[in-house]
Design a protein around this ligand. Structure first.
Ligand code: ATP
Ligand code: MG
Length: 491
């Protein structure tokens, strides 16, 4: 019986109906207004023949109807599959078939993508939001209570290590993720969370889940416009914002000599490693950055560094959130401080598993712990330092080389815009690192090599640096290191 929790939005609309729930452009919704619209949509979606435990996929932008439809599906007990817009139609079809999706609801602006999906998978039912709106309303059995173990959402990993895997996120995962975050960041009466990260990604969805669990407004943005967002952060209405490092760079550049409002209390930075230069620039401007580590499988951040520690522990992702635990393992043994190994985590926010992936499930879940596939170490005080993905590790003459460390050095050069490192086979050393860079202006390879020599141990110096126009990235804009090798000129 202790596995049951009230329907989040319905309960929230009952508890604090008048509180602000959602703001977009100059429109706003209270929780009771939001719930009324959600009920209407739920009835319209029910008329399309989908029912409890079915999967419905969304190909939607960061717009209010997306928030409403996500909640509507939860009212029906339907599992939501989130599609990343930047995937190709065939990549989407892989996810749609893998998740046995019964219906896709898509944005009218993405009509071409929807048509391509239809061409590959003609039997699938596809509706635009406009078509859903035209449906008649059908009464449906509302889900009054959520079972913590019921799957709320399926979100595919970004696919840096191979095909994306469908991560099953339960209501309990979202609940504990929200609670862990609140215990760490605290919860203020006047909190408001700015969401300019995609709702189809866990960074965005987790803001919506926190909103209904906390009774807190979401300031939703469809586009990331640094000027508009900086104005909002200076106004005092928003207290927390989730960002990835590229967003933070753009905000900082636009902010110039200005400062954020004193009520702004948290820039939650996630998604990947944070270059030290960026953290230092934020410190200088008094921007409270909470660096974090997490993944689709942990339903958002699982490890976070508070700003008071950020000077002392620069480069660290912090300590686990209260409901979670962390250890570093190698060859079945837990490692002591400062020794690099696989980051292994445990907690009620962690996925119950990957959909249809027996082998991956066996590899990643052992004795209640989740093996992340990332390498890192903890210092004597338990602060986590993420080094890199295990699959990207380069072993050269018995030494471990973490591509991220060399990329950081290259990126700190004023002329380098993007950098990627991978290993190539070498007769003497086994493997050696080689680099790929995108530069602002022409620069000699020798100059970059010297720059690395001044900052890195000899075995980490790239044996060759290629100048390219762009680096291979996936739909989440993450660097695909395994594809760098294809950029080497033939012959
Ligand atoms: P796939 O698992 O399919 O290869 P993915 O791991 O990129 O895709 P996500 O769940 O979106 O999919 O990304 C989570 C990963 O991002 C983490 O496992 C880690 O490798 C990286 N990451 C997240 N936070 C940090 C951080 N603070 N420092 C370094 N890397 C991070
Ligand atoms: Mg992953």
């Amino acid at each position: 019986m202790n596995n049951i929790i009230p329907n989040f939005l319905k309960h929230r609309a009952f508890l604090t109906p008048k509180r602000k729930a959602l703001l977009f452009d100059n429109k706003e919704w209270s929780f009771s207004e939001l719930y009324k619209e959600v009920e209407v949509y739920a009835k319209k979606i029910a008329s399309l023949g989908v029912k409890r435990k079915d999967s419905v996929a969304l190909l939607l932008a960061n717009r209010p109807h997306t928030v409403i439809i996500i909640h509507a599906l939860q009212q029906l007990g339907i599992t939501t599959v989130f599609l990343n817009h930047r995937l190709t139609a065939s990549e989407m079809v892989f996810q749609l078939k893998d998740s046995q999706t019964a219906l896709v609801i898509g944005e009218k602006d993405l009509e071409n993508k929807l048509a391509e999906i239809h061409d590959i998978y003609p039997t699938l039912v596809i509706k635009t939001v406009e078509e859903v709106k035209k449906q008649k309303e059908e009464n449906y059995p509302i889900v009054n209570e959520y079972l913590m173990d019921d799957v709320c959402s399926i979100m595919y990993t970004s696919g840096t290590t191979g095909n994306p895997k469908g991560v099953l996120q339960t209501y309990g995962n979202h609940w504990w993720s929200a609670i862990g975050s609140a215990l760490n960041l605290g919860l203020g009466e006047d909190d408001g969370w700015l969401c300019a990260v995609p709702l189809f990604h866990i960074s965005g969805l987790s803001i919506l889940m926190r909103s209904v669990i906390y009774g807190m407004p979401v300031y939703l943005y469809e586009q990331f416009n640094e000027k508009i967002i900086n104005e909002r952060l200076q106004s005092g209405s928003v207290t927390i914002m989730s960002v990835v490092s590229t967003m933070l760079y753009r905000l900082l550049e636009n902010l110039k000599e200005n400062r954020y409002h004193e009520r702004f209390r948290c820039m939650l930075l996630g998604g990947g490693p944070a270059p030290k230069s960026l953290l230092e620039a934020c410190l200088e401007k008094n921007i409270p950055v909470f660096q974090s580590y997490g993944m689709t499988e942990t339903s958002s951040q699982i490890v976070t560094l508070s700003p008071e520690d950020s000077l002392l522990k620069i480069g660290s992702a912090g300590k686990p959130l209260f409901p979670s635990q962390l250890k570093i393992m190698l060859d079945g043994k837990q490692l002591a401080a400062n020794q690099p190994g696989e980051i292994v985590v445990k907690g009620p926010n962690i996925t119950i598993g990957y959909l249809n992936r027996m082998v991956a499930n066996r590899e990643h879940f052992k004795n209640g712990w989740f093996f992340t596939g990332d390498i890192g170490y903890v210092d004597e005080e338990g602060y986590l330092f993420v080094l890199d993905r295990r699959s990207d590790l380069i072993i050269s003459g018995g030494e471990n080389i973490y591509p991220a460390e060399i990329e950081d050095v290259l990126l700190s050069h004023p002329n380098v815009v993007e950098a990627g490192i991978t290993g190539i086979d070498h007769s003497l050393w086994g493997q050696v690192p080689i680099g790929f860079v995108v530069c602002k202006q022409f620069i000699e390879e020798a100059e970059l090599i010297t720059y690395c020599q001044e900052r890195l141990a000899k075995y980490k110096i790239p044996s060759k640096i290629y100048f390219v126009n762009e680096l291979p990235r996936n739909a989440s804009n993450k660097l695909l290191r395994r594809k760098l090798i294809e950029l080497i000129p033939k012959g």
